[in-house]
Ligand binder design. Structure first.
Ligand code: BG6
Ligand code: MG
Length: 217
């Protein structure tokens, strides 16, 4: 196994629990459109871009809409999401993640973001974590949504590292699949029964040192 020189963190559901805000906002929109939207639907939309998420809901409801209406719906969903996530503060970082990021920095291991969200920079700013990241790749930079590996490949390239040297942390199946497709080692954040294909699945970073994490690979 190559030496790990960087960690690439997904944002929603890994650094902060904004995944639940995305769920509420999509569920609300789906209901308005008369499309049933379950926790299972939400699980398969984790890591998926805004436009692809809308397309999933429209397809599920058998709805065909013109491009301008789709933009309106995405704007409405995002406004609702921002109402919920816009109050994010440093205390909302998930347990242990800030300590781990600081430990990585002290050890000289690079820290990167690999998120599908176009709101990533705003959320990291609200968490007071923006400066901790050596590079940021988010929904504003990519053309292909997870499970395509583009977001992680761009991160590795910006760091000047091979995928095998960058450990990805992901809470979404689409993100684990993206990491595997790009040749990145990946640790799942969540429940073992919900996530497949990761080197290990942990329920969070609480009390986990870098050595504990390396021991999982
Ligand atoms: C991902 C979330 O991180 O970002 C998805 O897991 C979300 O739920 C996607 O749809 C896009 O986010 P945004 O903030 O650009 O709408
Ligand atoms: Mg996520």
């Amino acid at each position: 196994m190559a030496e790990i020189r960087a960690c690439i963190f997904d944002l929603d559901g890994v650094i902060v629990d904004t995944a639940s805000h995305h769920f509420v906002a999509w569920q609300n929109l789906a209901e308005e459109l008369g499309v049933p939207f379950s926790a299972e639907d939400n699980e398969s939309l984790k890591g998926v871009s805004r436009v692809d998420s809308l397309e999933y809901i429209l397809k599920k409801g058998g709805l065909v809409l013109d491009p301008a209406t789709k933009v309106q719906l995405m704007d409405r969903k995002n406004a609702h999401y921002l109402e919920l996530a816009g109050k994010t503060s440093p205390s909302d970082a998930l347990p242990g993640v800030v300590a781990l990021i600081h430990e990585l920095k002290a050890l000289g291991i690079k820290v990167a973001l690999g998120s599908s969200s176009k709101n990533a920079e705003m959320i990291l700013t609200r968490l007071a974590l923006l400066d901790a990241f050596d590079t940021l790749v988010d929904g504003n930079h990519i053309t292909l949504s997870k499970p395509d590996p583009e977001v992680f490949l761009m991160g590795a390239k910006a760091l000047g590292l091979d995928p095998a040297e960058c450990l990805v942390f992901e809470d979404a199946q689409s993100g684990i699949d993206a990491a595997n497709a790009g040749g990145f080692p990946v640790i799942g954040i969540g429940q073992l029964k919900a996530l497949t294909g990761a080197a290990a699945v942990i329920d969070g970073f609480s009390s986990k040192t870098w050595n504990d994490i390396l021991g999982l690979l």
